[in-house]
Structures are given as C-alpha cells and as structure tokens.
Ligand binder design. Structure first.
Ligand code: HPA
Length: 277
C-alpha cells in the first residue's frame, strides 16, 4: 500500500467510527457557495479538524466540514469548504477529501467553484456547466507511486465530466428556468488573480473560465472511477476584460447574489441524478 492508501484508510476508519452513512452523491461547495449546506437535511456533521491526517482549509468562506444527510430522498455527503494547493498543501492533500467521498460510496461527485469569466459573453452571475478542463498549469495529483487500489497508473480523461450528467444538468436548468452555459474550465495555481496577458493566453487555449481549484479534484475522482459533473459560478470578468480590479470580496458578493439559482440547480441535479443508481 502507498502512503496515500494508508492515510485514506485511516481517515475512512475515523469517519466510520462516527457514522455508517453511505452517500450516493458527493457535493463540493466552492467559494461563497457553502450556504447550500442549509438545504441538506443533515444527519451527521464532521469537522475536518476532527479527522486526523485531513488537511484543514484556511480560506475565509470555507467552513471546513463534511455534512452527511439527505437532499430529498438522496443520501449525500457535502464538503462545506475545500482545500487549495495555494494554501501550501501538496496535491495529494488537496484530493484526499475527494478520495474519501469516493471510498465512502459516492457514485458521482458534483464539483462547484467560483470562477472568473474568460469568455467575454459570460457576465458575472453566469452559471457554467463544465464541459472539459485544462489542468496543465498545475501539478497532477496522481504524480508519485500509484495507489493501485484506487485506479490505474494512466487513467483515461476523455470524458472527465460525464456527458449524461451534463445533459441532465441542462434538463434541470430548463425545468427551473435557469439559464446555463457550457464551457471549459482552466485551473491556475493562484493565489494571485491572473494578469490580463494570462487571461488572453487562457482564452487562446480554449478556456471559458478560470479558477484555482476543481481540475485536480476531477482528476482524482476520475482516477478512481467516480462519475463527475462540475458547475462554475462566474463571479467576475477575468482580469483585463472590464478594466476593474479583482477582489475576493467581489467573488463572494456575486456568489451570494447567484446563490438562490445555484441552490435550486444543485437540488434539481441531486434529485434527478439520485435515481440513476
Ligand atoms: N481568477 C481565478 N480564480 C477566481 C476568479 C478569477 O478571476 N474568480 C473567482 N475565482
């Protein structure tokens, strides 16, 4: 067993000592989106700080706990707060919480984030269904000894965000009158926001949105065979588009404004997707 497998095993044992809850769907709530936790009929709450070996988030707006409970009839585990590599964590730490959700039983994970709109048509407040991603600017979480019990050495990433889930999300959007767009998400390391030149580069490479999370989590989830979908809340025009300066405050404010639509969408996705397993 690799060190990662040992650590994962230990975290699972600690969680299993507190609850035998088996989630079908995992949800990761991004910057400013943690309020969705209110919508979950929570049965058990485990602060990350109570799990030895678990990386604890330091970013304001990231509460830092797992919620186990139901959305409608569907058992979910929700990460209220994630860890980012810019906090100083190794990519293996960053993806550990995702691997834990997979090991606890999650068949599908919904990744959400706040992102800058690179596509000039994506005004702040736009909800973007992630269709594909570019992770080439950050270190792969799979570098190092391969945890064979989780997945293969060279995992396929052709359909990293599942097509059937993307289709399902657009159905939910339609049913609830929530306009949705589709696009490519690119992860930069952060924590500084990008320069206008970097945003022009991102656009030239085919990105529609940029952020500081998600891609590495998606890689780890696909590696272990968990189905994925992703939603970016475009909280601001990416650098250089509007000429305004970027701030975490703006990101959180837009995330707040968009939260009602976002919450309806997530609940709709969980209820519909929950029937697939
Ligand atoms: N860049 C990177 N990350 C972000 C942004 C951005 O413009 N907005 C929200 N997260």
């Amino acid at each position: 067993m690799t060190n990662e497998e040992l650590r994962l095993k230990s975290c699972i044992e600690q969680i299993r000592a507190k609850t035998d809850f088996v989630p079908t769907i995992g949800i990761v709530l991004g910057s400013g989106l943690g309020e969705y936790g209110r919508k979950i009929f929570t049965e058990v709450e485990i602060p990350y700080s109570e799990i030895q070996g678990f990386p604890v988030s330091t970013v304001p707006g990231h509460a830092g706990r797992y919620l186990f409970g139901k959305v409608g009839e569907v058992p979910v585990v929700c990460m209220q707060g994630r860890v980012h590599s810019y906090e100083g964590y190794d990519m293996k730490d960053v993806v550990l919480p995702i691997r834990i959700m997979g090991e606890l039983g999650a068949k599908m994970i919904i990744l959400t984030n706040a992102a800058g709109g690179v596509n000039k048509d994506f005004a702040p407040g736009t909800l973007m269904v992630i269709e594909d991603q570019i992770s080439s600017f950050v270190r792969s979480p799979l570098i190092g000894a391969n945890p064979d019990s989780l997945g293969v050495r060279f995992p396929d990433m052709t359909e990293i965000y599942s097509q059937r889930m993307r289709k399902l999300i657009f159905e939910v959007g339609k049913e609830n009158d929530i306009p949705l767009y589709s696009g490519v998400y690119l992860q930069f390391s952060g924590p500084q926001y990008e320069t206008p030149a970097e945003i022009r580069m991102a656009r030239a490479l085919g990105a529609d949105a940029v952020g500081m999370s998600t891609c590495v989590e998606a890689i780890a989830a696909r590696h272990m065979g968990v189905e994925l979908c992703g939603i970016s809340c475009i909280t601001n025009y990416a650098a250089g588009i509007s000429g305004e300066c970027l701030s975490h405050e703006e990101v959180q404010n837009t995330a707040d404004e968009i939260s009602e639509k976002f919450e309806t969408l997530i609940t709709g996705i969980v209820e519909k997707a929950g029937k697939l397993w």
